[in-house]
Design a protein around this ligand. Sequence first.
Ligand code: ADP
Ligand code: ZN
Length: 538
Amino acid sequence: RRKEQLCSKDSLVKILRWHFRYPDFRGMQLEAIQAVLSGRDCFCLMPTGGGKSMCYQIPALAKTGIVLVVCPLIALMENQVMALKEKGIAAEFLSSTKTADAKNKIHEDLDSGKPSTRLLYVTPELIATPGFMSKLKKIYSRGLLSLIAIDEAHCISSWGHDFRPSYRKLSTLRSHLPDVPILALTATAVPKVQKDVVDSLQMQNALMLKTSFNRPNIYYEVRYKDLLEDAYADLSDTLKSMGDVCAIIYCLERSMCDDLSAHLSQNGISCAAYHAGLNNKMRTSVLDDWISSKTKVVVATVAFGKDVRIVCHFNIPKSMEAFYQESGRAGRDQLPSTSLLYYGVDDRKKMEFILRNSGSKKSQSSNSQEESTRMSLTAFNQMLEYCEGSGCRRKRILESFGEQVTASLCGKTCDSCRFPNLVARNLEDLTAACSLRQKGGSRVFITSSTDAIVGEQLSEFWNRDEEASGSEEDISDLDDGNEVVNNLARSKGQSRLGVNEKLDLLQRAEEKYYRNENTNKQRNKVDKNAISDTLRGA
Ligand code: ADP
Ligand code: ZN
């Protein structure tokens, strides 16, 4: 009976409101909390920002005993403990950064029969030390260990993008502390990683809670680039047409960050580069300017946190997980946002080269080296399928995380669903470009929404379309794509056309053209294999 009372929704909501001032639980928080309070293991998959920490903070307040929280980063522990203390909740962390005095105090409390600490945060390294494990066992034998929460649990899996050897040691927790429920929490898990986490931690009959990874307010788009300068111009146009928005642009290399940032700045965009090559002072000043919105766009090689309207990958990311995490920084405030990825054939080759050769640096046996190379290539292939496939982008993302997706989920919130013909033709162009390049062709292909290209394509449709009429016909006489688009803008009383306006125009012209030509079906049949084959031959 006591247990039932403990787990009732009413009493848990009361705790939430009292301590955290939130009106109600979100997503699957309540299910997770009820599971662990009833003594059951639980695997909790929630996107970043989903509210994972509440899933172990509430149990710490609902039940006597200590909740042990394993956390990979000292900074993270510090933050959480500070926030809890501000709310009057007794939380502590043990790390190498603490003074001996401070540590002693915590240990004294833990050794007492009635510890006041509700939550104890530790690193996985500490768990691995024999001294600490015997301390845990002592607390456990007194019935004072109520839950073990493992944050960023995907770090335990060598399949994940963020494997940490120290996490492996956590597999001994179950045998040393058999009756304590384990709560594994992560925002990143492909099905293989999930299984790995559950197996490694020896979780039993775990309640598997998974929140959908869908980010409905992000519009997904891939553009194909050839010449760097064209892609620079395209990106610069895109940013300008979106207005003065905040953006992150991810690049693979520092030199490209500097280069691209300089280019964007020259075009009047408030922009800075951010990477490990800058000295501390520079980095802090870039960060400060960005947080205070003095700088709107940051071109970076590394993660960068703040709410933005558009995340752009100027090079192909190394895995779907990395892509999801990074693009997910767009639209955290739930407002409409964009993920734009530039795909370059050269980038693909470069990344494949890097992945094939990165294993050799690690001190591993050649077998496990091969294995890890194979794994990173598999992960990269998934990313390529996203770029080179003609289907819905959102569907591909979600399916790569093991979610079942209905055809109607996306609506028209990715380029593929919104402009199927355009995407299909882009892919055709890409294939053609690859084979032409093999034959020694140089500048063969760019697909983007720059005025020049959109204009060229528009007039191409209109020229070939006998039914073209009115202003469209006049404009179709122009050779220069820039002029075509400028005239169109002028005829609408605008100084320039937005990206979406251009794409809409293209789609209409294209649909009309193909309706006339009756080749719609044929066009839609773009085969990804054709691209891969061509590339492989290259
Ligand atoms: P995660 O660890 O999943 O990235 P956090 O635990 O840091 O997410 O929570 C993200 C934010 O959401 C925090 O500011 C947290 O206080 C807030 N939050 C968590 N649960 C709720 C809730 N039930 N209602 C409102 N806000 C919540
Ligand atoms: Zn779609």
